[in-house]
Design a protein around this ligand. Sequence first.
Ligand code: AP5
Ligand code: MG
Length: 227
Amino acid sequence: MTQKSGFVILLGPPGSGKGTQAKLLSDRHQGSQPWIHISTGDLFRKEIASGSQLGKTLQGILASGQLVSDDQTNDVFHSQVKVILNKNPACVLLLDGYPRTAVQAKFLRNLANSIPVLKEGIVVELRVPEDSLVERLTNRLVNPRTGGIYHKIFNPPKKPGICDVDGGPLIQRDDDKEETVRKRFAVYSMQRDAILEALKGLRHSIIEGTGAQADVCAKLEAEIAAI
Ligand code: AP5
Ligand code: MG
């Protein structure tokens, strides 16, 4: 494949595997034009862990399953893009959980137009039925230090509750309770069409996210290689 630069919007409901796949893909593409994972959810959780005033406000929003404001999200996203492009002037940005509203989608398109390396962009949507999402998220374990993702049944750590990579404890996310998962799913479903409308003109493909992680990864890789 000839490597090209650009951005890939990993669109999909909570639990569809955006974070899992972004991690697999970024691990597999670390060359001179790396594929780099940006998760606004992870950025917000880092801010919460820092104990800052902003983190305290964000904590309540995330725990309730609501969205952070567009202005705050766009600021955080833009700062992160600048840091990444400064270090990696040519790369593929894997966008996990951004954009999540039409306003964010328009912000992204304006930003991409002003940054030559980001001119090419595609949308890859992961589709998973709601009941599977609930099953996945209520059994998810995460490493809060690295963002590593496990599932108690489908992708269990070697030692229960302990990360295979750094040997530290795994936790359950505050927003992975069934009621909050269903709320997040409803929020996603409400925004999806408007996001896609704002992204009109970008190539949009839908991938079934229900197979084995490696199979989903191979399908995504093929889509992204065709940027
Ligand atoms: P965020 O952290 O982005 O959460 P989310 O969209 O709800 O998505 P998840 O992380 O829950 O799911 P995922 O698709 O990454 O799935 P995963 O790979 O972990 O956002 C959290 C909150 O932050 C939002 O609610 C909002 O408040 C705020 N926020 C973030 N971005 C924002 C924005 N742009 N604007 C405003 N607010 C924003 O997989 C899930 C589980 O399934 C894991 O256990 C995994 O092991 C398992 N799994 C994965 N693939 C498979 C498979 N193929 N088969 C079986 N199991 C699998
Ligand atoms: Mg995630």
